[in-house]
Design a protein around this ligand. Sequence first.
Ligand SMILES: [Zn+2]
Length: 311
Amino acid sequence: MNAVTPRLTCAFLVSMAAVALGCVQGGGLSHSVVERRRGSRVETYEVAGLGLGAVADGYTFRNARFRFEFDVAFAGVPGYETEDARRRRGVEASEFLNGGYAFVRDIFGIEASKMLRVVIAPTVRGADDDAYTSTSWREIGDEGGMIEGSEESVMHFGREAFENRTALAHEMTHALLAAYRLPAWFSEGIATLVEVDYAESDRTDYADVTIEPIGLDENGRNVIQNWRGHGSDLPDRSSDTYGSAYAIVREIGRRYGPEVYPRFFQDLRATKAHLAGDGPSITVIVRTLSRVADTDVTPFFAEIAFDIPDV
Ligand SMILES: [Zn+2]
């Protein structure tokens, strides 16, 4: 047999990045945040396409935007035993996620380029209240640049997390952000902002958080800059870290105006800076923010003790 050897003009690799949400179980968080919604740009969120079509197995349901995949183990879980019950759960989540989708689109100017996959199981990583979003993409060349549009995100929810609006909003934001491969402080700050401003999270008292560094490393750098990076001592998930990331993202919006984020993501799409290497570096982020805000944002990042090489 003659083997045909395909001539590859480029090498494809698959990288995995996972972003995770802290456990969302309640536990005595007493304050809800009253300070919300920057300006009044969006008052209500229209819900489109609530109907969910069932795929033949009775566990998979989809509409124009979402595909919900329930684990077959739900056959034995009260409230999820029947196809109708699972569909009702899906419609409920779809309604809320649709509103969150519109919120993210209006505040940050980003949208999904493909259907969003939602996988629900009785437990995830051993807990019914755990949730995370995984993203994979294809890369090209020696430098590891991402192939535009190759990202695939999957949201994973345990049963209790799936019934929790905070978790739904948080994870969907990660799915929408996946293409941009932002550092943890930035993506978690945005996901937490959606949690607080759209889902009205009471996971922690976000009204009290500040941009004051939560710690400095031996070089005097804010430890959050390298959160989940190589050598970071910060826990993967902690209220302090989510709160600090949220405060930074909120403050950038306050200082540079409601258009700063839509323009930031639009600029990335135009320059394709997010496709290079491991995603946008802090230098690229600061340069891009400065360009779209039409002002030098370096002093802000110096104030929060970020280390910014070569701006
Ligand atoms: Zn997260």
